[in-house]
Design a protein. Structure first.
Length: 331
């Protein structure tokens, strides 16, 4: 296995921090010896496989010194309580997957690796699973060098595909890696990735982002994607609680999102606007506006429901005011 970056080597330091053995005070010397052996094994793995750097920080981290003394209880629940995600320089995060597996990644899931350990008299490294996709697929790496936003989207799609196979026990971590990848691409300006990030978070497969963040992601996606606008219209009302019977949380924002969807060519969005105006749900009842929206829906490709809406309003002696439009110019 080849390690080639400062970030990869710093993961070794993280491993040593969370891999703390619950030994009693009388075994302190053996404890230090076990840690030293593990440090040396990890450091040797790096030294044997990486071109040595003149960078002082690189050399220091390569030594793989433990970042804390052993202070663990042998109780399993206590161990799990203390094995919380930790960070170093806000770049790498270590997550305890099980009692003998650690996941190390960066914020954007460009770097993702699982370390496995086994314990006999001491802990020893048992294996390393490389999930850093830009290492596994060289074309993805070259793509990332040119367009980071597209690379993040591709990385996210690949992690989702891998997690959905059902073959890998770290599927939850892969979904989270996909979300981090989409967020990375969204931050780089890719609207499609923003929509996918919001959808994955709302699906329950990845970590749940806050409502404000999800709303912002959907709004970004709705700049160019009618489906994102439709999702935003629903989210403005239910805030992600699909079973909620409460009134719409933000009706004005929901109507605005339906209008955006119609501007982007969605007949469904136009039809939903028509129903809102016909029934006075999120806005005041306005049959003239409703009729205009049903006609727009038909123009955009809607069939049975939109035509039925027009017929229903006309039979009810509804009329459309002169120069009435469903949606004005997009702001």
């Amino acid at each position: 296995m080849k390690y080639s970056t400062f970030r990869e080597v710093s993961a070794i330091a993280l491993v040593n921090f969370v891999l703390l053995l619950p030994l009693s005070a009388w075994a302190a010397n053996e404890q230090r010896s076990c840690l030293r052996d593990l440090d040396q094994a990890l450091a040797k793995d790096v030294f044997d496989s990486v071109e040595f750097s003149d960078n002082v920080n690189f050399r220091t981290l390569t030594i793989a010194k433990p970042l804390a003394k052993l202070a663990q209880s042998p109780d399993t629940q206590e161990m799990r309580r203390r094995y919380r995600p930790s960070t170093v320089d806000s770049n790498l995060v270590v997550e305890k997957i099980s009692l003998n597996k650690l996941l190390v990644k960066d914020e954007a899931a460009r770097y993702l690796r699982v370390y496995s350990f086994q314990q006999t008299e001491c802990w020893t490294i048992d294996g390393v699973d490389e999930w850093s996709l830009q290492k596994v697929y060289p074309t993805m790496k070259s793509h990332a060098d040119k367009t980071p936003d597209k690379a993040g989207l591709q990385r996210g799609n690949t992690y989702v595909a891998l997690a959905n196979t059902g073959k890998y026990p770290i599927a939850p971590q892969l979904f989270n890696a996909a979300l981090d990848s989409y967020l990375d691409a969204a931050n780089a300006g890719l609207d499609e990735a923003a929509y996918k990030a919001a959808g994955l978070s709302l699906s329950g497969q990845a970590k749940r982002l806050g409502n404000e963040k999800i709303g912002a992601l959907l709004a970004q996606g709705a700049k160019s994607n009618a489906d994102a606008a439709i999702a935003l219209a629903g989210f403005a009302c239910d805030q992600g609680d699909y079973d909620s019977k409460a009134k719409c949380a933000y009706p004005a924002e929901s109507i605005k999102a339906w209008e955006t969807g119609a501007h982007l060519g969605s007949s469904y969005a136009a039809e939903q606007l028509a129903e809102q105006y016909e029934n006075g749900l999120l806005v005041s009842r306005n049959t003239s506006k409703a009729l205009a929206c049903y006609k727009l829906a038909v123009k955009l490709g809607a069939t049975i429901d939109a035509h039925a809406g027009i017929e229903r309003l006309m039979l009810g002696k509804g009329s459309m005011a002169e120069n009435e439009v469903c949606i004005g110019a997009r702001s």
